[in-house]
Design a protein around this ligand. Structure first.
Ligand SMILES: NC(=O)C1=CN([C@@H]2O[C@H](COP(=O)(O)OP(=O)(O)OC[C@H]3O[C@@H](n4cnc5c(N)ncnc54)[C@H](O)[C@@H]3O)[C@@H](O)[C@H]2O)[C@@H](O)CC1
Ligand SMILES: [K+]
Length: 506
């Protein structure tokens, strides 16, 4: 990603919110053509970074302002000595507003977009500028445009998309019929949701955000509620250990182990909770699993917990302030009861894996207990668990599904995947973008649940703890590199945390 984080901010806008930012800026006296001039200028600069003057550039422009940005880029590139060939999808007579002005200022001939003609000239192009559709895409692409996009995607050419790869829905990241597969996407002012939600993220290639003269103060009015998951979002809520503090001031996490043959998941979680800064971590194990856990644990403490009465008894220690249940715990009515006890205990609670699936037949019972809970609650479902707990949200895009799940359940929901969404019941949401593909491995989710529990033990607010946990998990996965197994993630947190302490931007 190419950006100045100070300038780009972590807000993620919907196309509608971006339109509002444009309108507020124009109302404040910056003419629309000036915004378009700067937008097109950023696109031209991206082309210039890629190839020298004299190179052949194809500009594919659509009927709206996205096409207008393409016309501006073509003019700037032509003036800089590039050989530009411009194609228009649509009729010249229907061009209007700023796009019409940009078209009229073009010193280059414009050809109607004929897919076969474009396909025949593709091989000689150093760069193809995709200025077909951006924020205004409102229906699936088909016909000649779809045929053209297919030819561009099959050709071995470097595509720079303007604002969004054409065909990607800026609000959901969905492919509308078909979509350009760009090597680079140049957007303006702030990134959009569709740049980070799948499959949009995969179509964007490298992401670049250019400033076009929109004052960030417009965001006070727009009040966006979705953010990129970066340290800016939660860094100030992360408590730094104080020199005069001791381990109890950093919280005490309680992680519930499954039985003798399913105890590994909880150990992974407990180790991660300790590694990310919880002062103490205790593993609560059923009698059958005490020996196997004892044989593996050192810094993590161990306590035998027999049945539901045992859970009640262990919770009599008021220093235990955060709990995780679910990894390897087993799907059963007893698990539902154990979850009920924890939710009634006033502790911060993370529910993962089997603790979620145990409520498949009665999710409303879980949600009503969460709403009565005195402490914060975080749910960490993967796709399958999410569908089991929130079947009524099937078919919704990931962001709106996660937000609805948080509102319905009353918990912070971490909807996991390559584009993990963290959503709070008040609608605030973060989209994560730092997870490497090799993080999808057995036990990885257990580690994530443990990290979040460890941060909750340190008394971070739930949304920030969940967001930071997801980010740490992704960063540690990247640091560990290909070939990682779940055991490698917690040790890899050390350099990640060290960087975060030294450099708050991570
Ligand atoms: N002042 C502004 O509003 C600025 C806008 N900018 C550019 O303007 C773009 C948004 O412009 P617009 O709102 O005009 O939208 P677009 O240019 O993305 O597309 C709108 C046009 O495409 C048509 N269309 C939509 N879906 C279609 C489909 N599936 N098949 C065929 N035609 C379809 C619409 O009928 C409309 O004519 C941004 O993406 C950005 O590139 C930038 O120039 C910065 C300033
Ligand atoms: K585009």
């Amino acid at each position: 990603m190419d950006e100045n984080p100070q300038e780009t901010g972590s807000e993620l806008l919907t196309p509608e919110e971006m339109g509002e930012a444009d309108r507020l800026t124009v109302d404040a006296g910056v003419p629309g053509p000036v915004l378009m001039e700067r937008a097109g200028g950023h696109v031209a600069e991206a082309v210039m970074r890629r190839c020298r003057a004299g190179s052949k550039i194809l500009i594919l422009s659509g009927p709206g302002n996205n096409g207008g940005d393409g016309f501006v880029a073509a003019r700037v590139l032509h003036e800089a000595g590039y050989r530009c060939q411009v194609f228009l999808a649509g009729e010249v007579d229907r061009l209007a507003g700023d796009a019409r002005l940009a078209f009229d200022a073009l010193p280059v001939a414009v050809s109607p977009l004929d897919p076969d003609l474009v396909a025949s000239v593709l091989p000689g192009a150093a760069v193809v500028v995709d200025a077909l559709f951006g924020a205004g895409l409102d229906r699936p692409l088909d016909g000649a445009v779809a045929q053209l996009i297919d030819a561009v995607n099959k050709a071995d050419v470097f595509v720079i998309s303007v604002d969004l790869p054409s065909g990607i829905n800026g609000e959901t990241g969905a492919v509308m019929g078909c979509a350009v597969e760009a090597k680079e996407t140049v957007t303006f002012f702030r990134f959009k949701l569709g740049h980070f939600l799948l499959p949009g993220r995969l179509a964007c290639g490298r992401l670049v955000c250019g400033q076009i003269g929109i004052d960030p103060a417009v965001l006070d009015k727009i009040a966006p509620s979705a953010f990129r998951n970066t340290p800016y979002l939660w860094r100030s809520a992360w408590p730094q250990p104080a020199l005069d503090g001791h381990k109890f001031t950093r919280g005490h996490a309680l992680v519930f182990s499954g039985g003798m043959t399913t105890s590994g998941a909880a150990r992974l979680a407990a180790g991660a909770a300790l590694r990310c800064g919880a002062g103490l971590v205790t593993l609560a194990a059923p009698p059958s699993a005490v020996m196997v856990n004892a044989a593996h644990l050192t810094a993590v403490m161990l306590t035998p917990v027999a049945g539901l009465a045992g859970i009640e008894a262990v919770l009599e220690d008021p220093r235990l302030n955060a709990a995780l249940i679910g990894p390897g715990y087993g799907v059963s009515p007893e698990t539902r009861q154990a979850v009920g006890i924890l939710l009634g205990s006033g502790r911060a609670v993370v529910l993962d894996a089997d603790a979620l699936t145990s409520f498949e037949t009665e999710p409303q019972a879980l949600f009503s207990r969460i709403r009565q809970a005195a402490g914060p609650v975080v749910l960490t479902p993967h796709g399958g668990e999410f569908r089991r707990l929130f079947p009524h949200l099937a078919g919704r895009d990931k962001l709106s599904a996660a937000r609805a799940a948080a509102a319905d359940s009353g918990a912070v929901v971490v909807y996991k995947g390559a584009d993990t969404v963290i959503a709070s019941p008040d609608g605030t949401a973060a989209i994560n973008g730092n997870a490497p593909a090799w993080l999808a491995t057995a036990g990885s989710g257990d580690v994530l649940a443990g990290i979040i529990c460890g941060l909750l033990a340190q008394r971070m607010p739930a949304f920030q703890a969940a967001s930071m946990g997801v980010w740490l998990h992704g960063a540690a996965g990247s640091a560990a590199g290909p070939g990682l197994i779940a055991e490698d993630i917690a040790p890899a947190l050390r350099p990640v945390l060290a960087r975060l302490v030294e450099n708050p931007e991570g």
